[in-house]
Design a protein. Structure first.
Length: 277
């Protein structure tokens, strides 16, 4: 049975505004909003529980989510005014969902590889940067992304938007720098921190051992604890006059180095790299 809501003053819709705007409410309720058919399906395939799907019938055909018919999901028809108020971006096909958040701790981490590659981002603040890191981490097929001492929650709508669903494609762990360093050390995962001091070019890495690549903020870089914990500090040689680059770009260069010698002849053409200007 499909419910219908047409008023912006409806308490359910007002709560959606809270989930969209306030991280405190997302944490308290254990819920967050996912926009777009692709993102919703990626979340379902990654084991996320979808509570409710809201759709504007003038923009979205329910047949596109027919594979979710057997899931215990509440379906709610809304009008264009409600959709425009709740949606974070205007190109999500007229559909969004409310999903149950996961416990993103080390206790939930499962790594099967004997030589895992992990990306660590310390104190990321901008949701767009976090999303870009997750999107690139998926492209590089890393085993996990660790978010250390975050200043923005990963279920921020802009993180999901900018990750293009990448949040649901890679294992994500959120924790303090201290506990993440302890874990990496205990698991004998070598730490390579992107710090200029006492560093070597990143091209010296071979990723043949369990590896964690650590990047900091564009403004402050990494803190001292990640320099001390590092097996080796690394840097990306810069050939121009600008001495820094966006953190997601830098992380992408470091992560994708492992793919230089990978045989991609049997990979799907739909998984090639697209560059947008």
């Amino acid at each position: 049975m499909i419910k219908e809501i047409n008023s912006l003053k409806n308490p359910i819709i007002k709560n959606l505004f809270q989930l969209k705007e306030k991280s405190k409410q997302r944490r308290a309720q254990g819920l967050f909003i996912i926009e777009g058919k692709r993102e919703v399906l990626l979340a379902v395939n990654s084991g996320y529980t979808i509570k409710t799907i809201y759709f504007d019938p003038l923009l979205f055909d329910l047949q596109k989510l027919k594979q979710l018919e057997n899931h215990q999901i509440e379906w709610v028809k809304i009008n264009a005014k409600i959709y425009e108020k709740v949606a974070y971006r205007g190109s999500t096909e007229g559909v969004f969902a409310v999903a149950q958040s996961k416990n993103l701790t080390l206790d939930e981490l499962k790594i099967d590889s004997k030589t895992p590659l992990i990306l660590v981002a310390e104190s990321p603040e901008k949701p767009g940067n976090i999303g870009a890191l997750l999107r690139t981490a998926d492209a590089a097929n890393v085993d996990a992304v660790f978010i250390a001492d975050p200043k923005t929650d990963v279920y921020n709508p802009n993180v999901i938007r900018s990750s293009v669903g990448g949040l649901f494609c890679t294992q994500v762990v959120v924790g303090s720098s201290a506990e993440l360093i302890d874990y990496l050390s205990a698991q004998k995962i070598e730490i390579y921190s992107a710090i200029l001091q006492d560093s070597k070019p990143y091209t010296a890495l071979n990723y043949k051992k369990p590896t964690a690549l650590v990047v900091g903020t564009e403004s402050d870089g990494l803190t001292e604890q990640w320099r001390v914990a590092a097996n080796q500090c690394i840097h990306i040689p810069m050939l121009g006059k600008v001495d820094s680059m966006n953190v997601s770009v830098a992380a992408g260069i470091l992560m994708l180095k492992q793919n230089v010698n990978v045989d991609l002849t049997n990979s799907s053409s739909t998984n090639c790299l697209y560059i947008f200007y």
